[in-house]
Design a protein around this ligand. Structure first.
Ligand code: AKG
Ligand code: FE2
Length: 230
């Protein structure tokens, strides 16, 4: 039994796009699935946008909010981690930073997700059924010109319960450059990342994967700093 299973739905908050995925899985349609995923994704995308607006307000650049939102679309990932049969636990996902813009994560209160703080401490994430985690990814790091740090986070499975997580990723659209607004640049804050196309970055990033023992243990060598750092 594989430890990790996942599926992704592009543009999940847009019903017509989501229905294409549903039809692929259930040619006879599955109204309950479409409705549930659609309302979840739509509400969660509004939550994501509200948080991004708050972050921009905190840096005094709320006039760039529309540009930031128009730069992104959404991708929903549904993940299942099977219990580990190893008494020391098994890696569900290697430590990584998300590459996209922002991520909103929900889980079934089964431990496994850990987050490294800026000072290097590890936190085991425990979220109540009514809570969520908001993460920033490398693309937001570039857009905000280094003002916020994306956290490294692995998933390690221990014990005999299944972990489910649902993550709504905001992702830069292809052919739109991720570029820090000029209001965030001054002599104390010089440009840290050259404008880049996310799809091109991801293609380069994917081709830099070095598989060690299994695809779950792959080492991704390419870093955004190396790709377009100034
Ligand atoms: O399942 C989790 O809690 C984390 C998932 C994750 O980090 C990812 O998909 O990027
Ligand atoms: Fe992640």
């Amino acid at each position: 039994m594989p430890l990790f299973e996942s599926t992704g739905i592009n543009d999940a908050p847009i019903l017509e796009h989501l229905k294409k995925f549903t039809k692929l899985m259930w040619p006879q349609e599955n109204e309950v699935f479409s409705k549930t995923i659609h309302s979840f994704s739509k509400i969660t995308s509004e939550l994501d946008q509200m948080i991004r607006r708050m972050v921009l307000e905190s840096f005094g650049v709320e006039e760039d909010y529309d540009d930031l939102i128009n730069l992104t679309k959404y991708h929903l990932r549904l993940i299942k981690y099977n219990p580990s049969e190893n008494e020391n636990g098994d890696i569900g996902i290697n430590p990584h930073t998300d590459k996209n813009m922002t991520s909103v994560l929900f889980d079934n209160q089964m431990d496994g997700l850990e987050i490294q703080t800026k000072v290097g401490e590890w936190i085991t994430v425990k979220i109540s059924p009514k809570s969520f985690i908001f993460l920033i990814g490398d693309s937001f790091l570039a857009w905000i010109n280094g003002r916020l740090q994306p956290p490294v986070h692995p998933v390690t499975m221990r014990g005999n319960r299944v972990r489910y997580s649902l993550v709504l990723f905001s992702v830069p659209k292809g052919k739109h450059l991720v570029q820090s607004p000029k209001e965030l640049l001054d002599k104390d804050h010089p440009l840290l990342f050259n404008p880049f196309d996310y799809q091109e970055f991801i293609t380069t990033y994917a081709s830099s994967i070095k598989v060690t023992s299994s695809t779950l243990n792959c080492k991704r060598k390419m870093k955004l700093e190396k790709y377009c750092g100034v």
